[in-house]
Design a protein around this ligand. Structure first.
Ligand SMILES: [Zn+2]
Length: 185
């Protein structure tokens, strides 16, 4: 869900925004992030491909979530953005010796950069599989547009964040009320 909110929604993701998201969500370590920061120079083609994929995945995710918010079932072509990335995670378990003991480890068939987005795809797939129960919401502030998952007990959360949009609303409605009193007085 955070990925669907990353960057500015009016333009494609930037490389820095993508890395900031991956690092903040602990998909990559700060060290890996520092290495990847150089990728657009080291391997422009790979970086460009991943960035394009990430950007269109973000937009695709938003479409999926907006469908869920309207209480509709997403169409096959809408969830394809998620499925494409889930397919990247093909692989098998293998016994690998770590020097002291055997461990069962997942060995990926492909080791491309798309892997970085696979965890996001998995989490999005779980939300879609919740169907009508999925508590995906869009912030009640029409100028905001951020999506969030309503984990509140009352299931009636309205704002992406009480501190930002919730408070702005409170201040605005107070000002409106106050202005009304002034006019009448
Ligand atoms: Zn908001």
């Amino acid at each position: 869900m955070d990925f669907a909110n990353s960057g500015s929604l009016r333009r494609p993701l930037s490389w820095e925004e993508l890395l900031a998201f991956l690092e903040a969500s602990a998909v990559i370590s700060p060290q890996r992030s520092a290495v990847l920061l150089e990728l657009p120079e080291a391997d422009p083609i790979a970086a460009h491909a991943l960035l394009q994929r990430a950007s269109s995945f973000r937009d695709g995710l938003r479409r999926v979530f907006l469908t869920l918010i309207r209480q509709e079932t997403p169409k096959r072509e809408t969830v394809e953005a998620i499925n494409e990335l889930l397919r990247v995670t093909e692989g098998h378990d293998e016994l690998l010796f770590d020097g002291a003991r055997w461990r069962i480890e997942f060995v990926a068939r492909e080791n491309g950069l798309e892997w970085l987005l696979a965890a996001v795809a998995r989490s999005a797939a779980e939300i879609v599989a919740e169907g009508a129960e999925a508590r995906v919401r869009i912030c009640a502030n029409p100028d905001c547009g951020l999506l969030f998952y309503d984990a509140s007990r009352t299931k009636r959360r309205r704002w992406c964040s009480m501190a930002v949009c919730g408070n702005r609303h409170k201040v605005a409605s107070f000002a409106k009320k106050h202005a009304g009193t002034d006019r009448s007085g």
